[in-house]
Design a protein around this ligand. Structure first.
Ligand SMILES: O=C(O)CCC(=O)C(=O)O
Ligand SMILES: [Fe+2]
Length: 313
């Protein structure tokens, strides 16, 4: 077992050395502070020029009334910020896209099915589908392309990252109300965890379905950046799953934020803070997520070779 873990680690080290090195280092708060500081100095001129350009382009944004500075201040302080909203026509076009495109169980390019054939897909797989994700969405859906280059979202990215933002990927997925195994819930981030996707990065989240009680709300712990529950001295640098009990014992209830909202609700989160998805018990949740970072390691996107896509239903 230990040997196979080592083999997996060595294999990934060969394939993605930069990404693995970053994951080793970026869990230390000191490094997370220093590296972006260096990017800020190194990219200062280019960043200022980009910010000027984005101010000029503001009117082209679908978020032109959003106060980006306020959002970034909240995001820096709490790890999450609220107040974004997708226009209704964008939500309905994204829903139309979701109704006609294939989604892929467990984000696996060989397990595709159209939404209306979910029951048949579960039969073919012999298990309930907890998560199904769309692939190659940037190329397939113009509204997603527009969001990825929206000037207000980009400005927020510049201000928060303090360096030239790289758009590293979009992910759009359903979470279904099923009786999923513990392993599946773990694999699909339904236990508290923190992401180490770069030295500095964050994600825009948009609900495309109404999310009330039982609909798989995203949960995040305000002000938890760099302060996970710890079992021992070294555990603070460990990347692991945390139980609800551990989180409840470490943080006051008002910091544990269950994010609900109607379709179109958007928020920004630095998922270095503790967070999780909840497993829906009543209605499926459709979520769109766009991620920006200082570096692109090529692992966060939904792009797959079209020739390799396969359907199971
Ligand atoms: O499904 C969710 O709400 C959790 C997603 C998550 O962990 C992430 O986007 O980093
Ligand atoms: Fe996460």
């Amino acid at each position: 077992m230990a040997q196979s873990k080592l083999a997996i680690l060595l294999g990934s080290l060969r394939r993605q050395p930069r990404y693995l090195m970053m994951r080793g280092l970026a869990r230390f708060s000191f490094v997370r502070g220093m590296v972006p500081l260096c990017y800020g100095v190194w990219q200062r001129r280019r960043l200022n020029a980009l910010l000027d350009q984005l101010v000029d382009e503001k009117d082209q944004s679908i978020f032109k009334d959003i106060d980006g500075d306020r959002l970034v201040a909240d995001l820096s302080r709490d790890g999450v910020a609220f107040g974004l909203r997708l226009p209704d026509d964008v939500v309905s076009r994204l829903r139309q896209f979701a109704d006609q495109a294939d989604c892929y169980a467990d984000r696996d390019a060989t397990k595709g099915f159209p939404l209306r054939k979910r029951a048949a897909a579960e039969k073919a797989l012999g298990k309930p589908v907890l998560v199904a994700q769309y692939l190659n969405t940037l190329a397939a859906c113009p509204d997603i392309g527009k969001l990825a280059s929206d000037p207000v979202l980009k400005k927020i990215a510049c201000l928060y990252l303090k360096g030239i933002p790289r758009f590293v990927g979009v992910n759009m997925w359903w979470t279904f109300p099923v009786d999923a195994s513990r392993e599946e819930r773990d694999r699909h981030a339904h236990f508290f965890h923190r992401d180490v996707d770069d030295f500095r990065f964050f994600k825009f989240f948009f609900y495309l379905t109404d999310v009330v009680d039982g609909d798989g709300a995203h949960v995040c712990v305000l002000k938890s950046q760099g302060k996970p529950p710890v079992r021992s001295f070294l555990d603070r640098w460990n990347l692991r799953r945390y139980t609800d009990q551990e989180v409840a014992a470490t943080y006051p209830g008002e910091q544990i934020k269950v994010i609900q909202g109607e379709a179109g609700t958007g928020f920004v989160e630095d998922t270095w803070c503790l967070h999780k998805g909840s497993t829906p018990t009543s209605t499926p949740r459709l979520l769109l997520q766009l991620q920006f970072a200082l570096n692109d390691y090529g692992v966060m996107h939904d792009v797959r070779d079209a020739a390799r896509l396969k359907n199971i239903a």
